[in-house]
Design a protein around this ligand. Structure first.
Ligand code: RFL
Ligand code: PHB
Length: 393
C-alpha cells in the first residue's frame, strides 16, 4: 500500500484527521487495533466545545450532532449544600454540546467509509519504521497476513497506550506528568436526566458529577480510591453515595434507573513534547492526557488534528516550513487545557492528605468562583473552549 499519510488509531483524533485530510484532497490510510464494533461502543467523553462543534459542522460531519446533541448554556457547581450556576452563555456568548464520543466516532466512521478511502480494523502488531527519513513505513498484521503502508508521514493518533509515542527514540521526548490520589467510577443509567444541565459536586465524601447522554440516559461519576475495584460497588452503594454527595437545600437528586455501563478510570496529567519526531506527528491522547474534570481531552484531540491538517495541506502546497509550526501551536493550547483541567480537579476533589489549611483554601477558591463574575468568567471561557487561534491552535 502507498499513501500520503498513514494514520494509526481510529479514535476521535485519527478519524477527524482522516476526514479533514480527505476534505483537503490528501490521501490517507487508517489502521486501528480494535474492531469497528468495539470503537463505536466505547463510552467515554460527552462534552464538546463550541469550536469543536463548529469545526465538525463546517467540515460536513455535524448533521446528526446538530440534530441530537444537547446544547447547554450553563453548569452548576454544588458545594456546602447549595448549587451555584455558572452561566456559560451570559459570560462568554458561547455554549457546549453534549454528544457521546461514540456517537461522534460512528458519524466519522460512516463519513470515512463513504469516501471509499481505506480503514483497517483489527490490525495487530502495528510497528513504525523510518520516521527519521522521508519514506516512513507502517507495518501490521490482519486477517490477510502481513501488511505494509509506505507513506510521506505518520500520524500517531493511537491514544495513551498506543505504540507511536514509543517509536520516538529515548531522549528525544520530554515528559511532564502528574498523577492524582483518586479515580472516577462512571456509570451510564437508563434514567431520564433529572435536571437540564451538568452538576459538579464537591463534598466531604468526595467529588461527584452529574451528566447525561440523551433524554433517556444519565451519566454519573463518583470520586473513588485510585485502586478501587468495581466489585466493591453494588448498585445500591452507588446510588446512595451519589445521593449523599449531591444532597442540598433544593432537595435535588439524580433519577435512578438500571445501570447499563460501568467503569473505573484513573486520573492523570501528562504531556510529551515536542509532539513531532521527524515524519511522525503525535496527536490527541498519544501526546497528552488531562484529568476529565475539565472535559478537555476529546476537544484537544480535535484541535491537534485541525492544526495538523492545515500544516500538511500547506506542506503539500509547497511550504516546506509549515510542519515546524505543528508542535508549538498545539502545545500552547495543550498547556492551557492542562492548567484548566488540573485547576478544576484541584478545586473540586477531596485530596486524602490535605490538612485543614489546604481544605480552607480549596473552599475559598470555590466560593470565589461562585461569587465573582470575573472568576466565573475565567472558568467559563476555558470550559466552553478558547477560540482556536487565541490559544495557538
Ligand atoms: P483514543 O480515543 O484513545 O483513540 C485511540 C485509538 O487508537 C487505537 N489504538 C491503536 N490502533 C492501532 N495500533 C495500535 N498499536 C493502537 N493502540 C491503540 C485505540 O484502539 C483507539 O481506537 O484517543 P484520541 O483519538 O486521542 O481521543 C482522545 C479521547 O478519547 C479522550 O481524550 C477523551 O475521551 C477524554 N475524555 C473527555 N474528553 C472531552 O473532551 N470531554 C469529556 O467530557 C471527556 N470525558 C474523557 C471523559 C475520558 C474518560 N476516560 C474514560 C478516560 C470521561 C472519561 C471517563
Ligand atoms: C461526561 O458526560 O461524560 C462528562 C462530562 C463532563 C466532564 C467529564 C465527563 O467533565
Amino acid at each position: 500500500m502507498r499513501t500520503q499519510v498513514a494514520i494509526v488509531g481510529a479514535g476521535p483524533a485519527g478519524l477527524t484527521l482522516a476526514h479533514l485530510l480527505d476534505r483537503a484532497g490528501i490521501d490517507s490510510v487508517v489502521v486501528e487495533a480494535k474492531s469497528r464494533e468495539h470503537v463505536e461502543h466505547r463510552v467515554r467523553a460527552g462534552v464538546l466545545e463550541h469550536g469543536t462543534v463548529d469545526l465538525l459542522t463546517e467540515s460536513g460531519v455535524g448533521e446528526r450532532l446538530r440534530r441530537e446533541g444537547l446544547v447547554h448554556h450553563g453548569i452548576e457547581l454544588r458545594f456546602g449544600g447549595r448549587g451555584h450556576r455558572i452561566d456559560l452563555h451570559a459570560l462568554t456568548g458561547r455554549a457546549i454540546t453534549i454528544y457521546g464520543q461514540q456517537e461522534l466516532v460512528k458519524d466519522l466512521i460512516a463519513a470515512r467509509v463513504a469516501t471509499g478511502r481505506p480503514i483497517h480494523f483489527d490490525a495487530r502488531e502495528v510497528t513504525l519504521e523510518g520516521i527519521d527519513g522521508d519514506r516512513p513505513r507502517v507495518r501490521f498484521q490482519d486477517h490477510r497476513g502481513a501488511q505494509a503502508i509506505d507513506c510521506d508521514f505518520v500520524a500517531g493518533c493511537d491514544g495513551f497506550h498506543g505504540v507511536c509515542r514509543g517509536a520516538i527514540p529515548e531522549g528525544a521526548l520530554t515528559v511532564h506528568e502528574r498523577s492524582y490520589p483518586f479515580a472516577w467510577l462512571g456509570i451510564l443509567a437508563r434514567a431520564a436526566p433529572s435536571r437540564g444541565e451538568l452538576a459538579y459536586a464537591s463534598h466531604e465524601r468526595g467529588f461527584a458529577l452529574f451528566s447525561m447522554r440523551s433524554p433517556e440516559l444519565t451519566r454519573l461519576y463518583l470520586q473513588v480510591a485510585p485502586d478501587e475495584s468495581l466489585a466493591a460497588w453494588s448498585d445500591d452503594r452507588i446510588w446512595s453515595e451519589l445521593a449523599a454527595r449531591f444532597a442540598g437545600e433544593d432537595g435535588w437528586r439524580p433519577n435512578e434507573g438500571p445501570i447499563v455501563e460501568r467503569m473505573i478510570a484513573g486520573m492523570r496529567s501528562f504531556v510529551a513534547e515536542p509532539m513531532r519526531h521527524g515524519r511522525l506527528f503525535l496527536a490527541g491522547d498519544a501526546a497528552h492526557i488531562v484529568p476529565p474534570t475539565g472535559a478537555k481531552g476529546l476537544n484537544l484531540a480535535v484541535a491537534d488534528v485541525r492544526v495538523l491538517s492545515l500544516c500538511l495541506a500547506r506542506w503539500y502546497a509547497g511550504d516546506a516550513a509549515a510542519l515546524d509550526e505543528y508542535s508549538p501551536r498545539c502545545l500552547a493550547r495543550v498547556w492551557r487545557a492542562e492548567h484548566f483541567s488540573w485547576w478544576m480537579t484541584a478545586m473540586l476533589h477531596r485530596f486524602p492528605d490535605d490538612d485543614s489549611f489546604q481544605r480552607k483554601l480549596q473552599l475559598a477558591q470555590r466560593e470565589y468562583v461562585a461569587a465573582s463574575r470575573a472568576a466565573a468568567a475565567s472558568l467559563a471561557e476555558n470550559y466552553v473552549g478558547l477560540p482556536f487561534d487565541d490559544a495557538g491552535g
